[in-house]
Ligand binder design. Structure first.
Ligand code: GDP
Ligand code: MG
Length: 175
């Protein structure tokens, strides 16, 4: 029995956003249900995968992670090529990472397919006392730009699963 035989679709999803907002940990939470406290900012892996079923179809989500290039805003067009979905992640405790979201969305609009589905993610929602970005600001931004939106915690796992499922279901609806 070879599981690969049963895959109906492979969906490439890319993670973007400033350095240290939690992109790698969100991916680990979703693909391995794990969180690594002493994660280094650079990990050599290009993507992580998880196979799941949506509306009776077996979907392999191939989620691409940066290897630190986002620090120098040096993410190349190859990274975005063929992506059907994107997570644009900011840290709710760092206003600057939210202010930079518009630039990441512009980059997606420039390099990715026009039909790409974008999910704005406010991560580190567990750090309630350190919040710098009100939820309403992000809701308004997402509405204006036509993005889906969720606040997550890779640490606790809150909303990570639901955010990915919403994104993947939306992609499934348009393929
Ligand atoms: P990346 O550079 O965007 O890939 O960020 P990382 O995934 O490497 O995470 C950067 C730092 O934020 C690490 O020290 C993580 O442990 C921490 N971190 C990531 N997600 C969360 C979260 O949901 N809550 C908290 N409290 N810390 C987080
Ligand atoms: Mg990372």
């Amino acid at each position: 029995f070879d599981r690969e035989d049963k895959i109906d679709y492979v969906f490439k999803v890319v993670a973007t956003g400033d350095s240290a907002v939690g992109k790698t940990q969100i991916l680990s939470r979703f693909t391995k249900n794990s969180f690594c406290f002493d994660s280094k900012s650079t990990i050599g892996v290009e993507f992580q995968t998880r196979t799941l079923t949506i509306k009776g179809k077996v979907i392999k989500a191939q989620i691409w992670d940066t290897a630190g290039q986002e620090r120098y805003r040096a993410v190349t067009s190859a990274y975005y090529r063929g992506a059907l979905g994107a997570l644009v992640v900011y840290d709710i405790t760092k206003r600057r990472t939210f202010d930079n979201v518009a630039r990441w969305v512009d980059e997606l609009r420039a390099y990715a397919d026009t039909s790409i589905v974008i999910m704005l993610i406010g991560n580190k929602a567990d750090l309630v006392d350190l919040r710098e970005v009100p939820t309403e600001d992000a809701v308004e931004f997402a509405e204006n730009k036509g993005l889906f939106f969720s606040e997550t915690s890779a640490l606790s796992g809150d909303n990570v699963e639901s955010a990915f499922f919403q994104l993947l279901e939306e992609i499934h609806g348009i393929v």
